[in-house]
Ligand binder design. Structure first.
Ligand code: CA
Length: 373
């Protein structure tokens, strides 16, 4: 008889040492009857509160006594239970956080790192790319300064995110093009580059900018237009040779398939938004079957990042470096062994589960439990 779930804690973790809000992450700890604690993380949108509340109130109570090895059954049942609320966004994020914690428990119970449970690692040293955000608000000189700072970690690629105000279109086309050209001129051919429009262009502009990116030798063009305008994505993908990447706003296998059918070359589901390991393993099979690349989106520095590394390690066709959103040490203080790159690589150990050791003393002042009342 394997161990059973005894308690599920859902809480926010403040990034500031004094626990000050509002910048937080959304964590899940699943306790089992052998005293083990599995770690999970949900999407941090709106500080993770909607997903954590949903999990704490509507999912967790029914799982006391359940078997952590039933992760896929638990997810299927919970997804169907919340069907009319989603399955996008809040529900999918909640179940992703839960799923990661269940896999961490499975790893601890078997003494195996998660990548072994996923079928084994093709590699345990993983190159990464640095994702540079908010560049639309900066001058060219400021952008180049950010580039130089991030290159110190030796990423395999830099992704340039303009991040103009959401909902607006074609805010600063000439500025975006000028920054892409300036960064290419600055780094030459020694670093690969990608460009992320964060849904900020109309179709015509996306094609125009995409052609410049092709000239500049960029590796991919991410979310050029709104993710839900599938016909527009298809029109852009048909006109351009540079691979189009989308999928960070996909929450179901069907969402990912719709992006593939629209002609994207790289799909980017996120392990803390879409089904955890259970969801991403389905995506892996889908991408393999359709011959598109799967490059998971990932922005969180500790649990989400480690979960992503385990998944990518077990991905035979991992064609691109793993995403690292920023170089800050947020959350690092609350674990004894935060993941840090060395020589342009993250290295996975053979520690069981995710391999993270939480420093409960440092976590305590940053922890904000989610009310279930
Ligand atoms: Ca993006």
């Amino acid at each position: 008889m394997s161990a059973t779930i005894t308690k599920i804690d859902c809480f926010q973790v403040a990034w500031a040492p004094d626990g000050q809000f509002p910048a937080v992450s959304a964590w899940v700890q699943v306790h089992d009857s052998e005293g083990r604690v599995g770690l999970g993380e949900a999407s941090p949108m709106q500080n993770g509160e909607p997903s954590l509340s949903y999990l704490a109130r509507y999912v967790a109570p029914a799982l006391i006594g359940a078997d952590p090895f039933d992760a896929a059954v638990i997810q299927h049942n919970a997804l169907n239970q919340g069907q009319k609320l989603g399955p996008q966004g809040i529900v999918a994020g909640a179940l992703a956080g839960l799923d990661i914690a269940l896999w961490d428990l499975q790893g601890q119970a078997t003494g195996q790192p998660i990548y072994k449970l996923l079928g084994g690692a093709w590699r345990t040293e993983l190159p990464f790319y640095a994702s540079l955000g908010g560049l639309g608000r900066l001058s060219i000189d400021q952008v180049l300064a950010v580039v130089d700072r991030r290159l110190q970690d030796q990423p395999a690629l830099l992704k340039l995110r303009m991040e103009h105000p959401r909902g607006q279109k074609d805010t600063d086309i000439q500025g975006d093009i000028a920054k892409a050209k300036a960064v290419r001129a600055h780094v030459g051919d020694r670093v690969a580059l990608a460009f992320d429009a964060s849904n900020g262009y109309s179709a015509g502009t996306a094609i125009k900018v995409g052609r410049v990116l092709e000239e500049l030798g960029f590796d991919w063009f991410e979310e050029p237009v709104e993710h839900y305008h599938l016909g527009t994505i298809e029109a852009v993908a048909r006109k351009l040779d540079i691979p189009i990447a989308t999928g960070e706003q996909a929450y179901t296998l069907q969402d990912v398939l719709a992006q593939i059918n629209a002609g994207v070359g790289i799909v980017q589901p996120d392990i803390i938004k879409m089904g955890g390991f259970t969801g991403l393993m389905d995506c892996k099979a889908l991408a393999l079957a359709y011959g598109v690349e799967l490059l998971p989106h990932q922005t969180q520095p500790v649990i989400g990042h480690m979960a992503n590394l385990h998944f990518v390690a077990a991905q035979f066709q991992a064609t691109r470096p793993c995403e690292v959103n920023d170089a800050s040490d947020r959350q690092h203080a609350v674990v004894q062994n935060p993941p840090l790159p060395q020589g342009g690589r993250y290295r996975l150990s053979a520690r069981p589960g995710l391999g993270l050791v939480v420093d409960e003393q440092k976590l305590a002042p940053r922890k904000r439990p989610i009310s279930t009342g």
